[in-house]
Design a protein around this ligand. Structure first.
Ligand SMILES: CC(C)(COP(=O)(O)OP(=O)(O)OC[C@H]1O[C@@H](n2cnc3c(N)ncnc32)[C@H](O)[C@@H]1OP(=O)(O)O)[C@@H](O)C(=O)NCCC(=O)NCCS
Length: 200
């Protein structure tokens, strides 16, 4: 994989990062309104692959059909406090990150910039795309708020936890994701302190 950092220090600048993955050129850029449909489908694919490991329950079907919709992605793309970053390979989206500004962390209210989502399509994992999206999200948080990111990750999601630990994230608390009647334990993680900035 070759990588060049190009340009902007804010999430609005595009492209943020150019990558070459398996001889395909790949771009990390700010999301656009026209990405909403592909984002919705990619989110469903990654979510189901990651969490619906025992089949599809009613709760899972309801959650996916109500939360991972094109309408919700369109709203996020138009929300000034949400920054969506996409990883695009040719005409295909292969990953994305969503950052929410002004989102209070349940473990420390001083933390106000949440990495809400970081998804890479299974066929593209392990090639540096997750790290590149995370670095672009961190750069955006640093540039707009001078702060690091916080996030929640399912306690059973060992691969993602290992990824975040590798990127310097540490656990600061526990929270629960409700799906129907079931409570799923999540770790609350926080990123490294940006140089010359505040942690949160
Ligand atoms: C977690 C996820 C975003 C990681 O993305 P990725 O593109 O596979 O990760 P990368 O290839 O960029 O890996 C970056 C680094 O993390 C390390 N890493 C990745 N997966 C790892 C694992 N399972 N164990 C240990 N280290 C891991 C890599 O070795 C690499 O290390 P390096 O920086 O020294 O080279 C991706 O696996 C994913 O989308 N999973 C499904 C959705 C999900 O669980 N999202 C997180 C929910 S909070």
């Amino acid at each position: 994989m070759r990588r060049t950092l190009s340009g902007g220090s804010t999430l609005a600048a595009a492209p943020l990062i150019n990558l070459v993955v398996m001889r395909h050129s790949l771009q990390i850029r700010a999301g656009r309104a026209s990405d909403a449909s592909r984002l919705g489908v990619l989110a469903i694919q990654v979510w189901l692959h990651t969490y619906a490991t025992d089949g599809i329950t009613d709760e899972i079907a309801q959650y996916v059909r109500s939360e991972l919709t094109v309408e919700k992605f369109s709203a996020s793309l138009g929300d000034p406090d949400t920054c969506l970053l996409v990883a695009e390979c040719g005409e295909s989206l292969v990953g994305f990150a969503a950052v929410k500004f002004g989102a209070s962390c349940p473990s420390d209210a001083r933390a106000q910039v949440e990495l809400q989502t970081l998804y890479v399509q299974e066929h593209f994992i392990g090639q540096g795309i997750g790290r590149s999206l995370l670095q672009a999200a961190e750069a955006g948080a640093r540039s707009r708020s001078g702060s690091s990111l916080w996030l929640t990750v399912n306690a059973q999601n060992a691969r993602a936890i290992a990824f975040y630990v590798r990127q310097g994230y540490s656990k600061i608390g526990t929270t629960y994701f409700l799906l129907g009647e079931a409570r799923h334990e999540n770790h609350v993680l926080v990123g490294v302190i940006p140089p010359k900035s505040k942690r949160f």
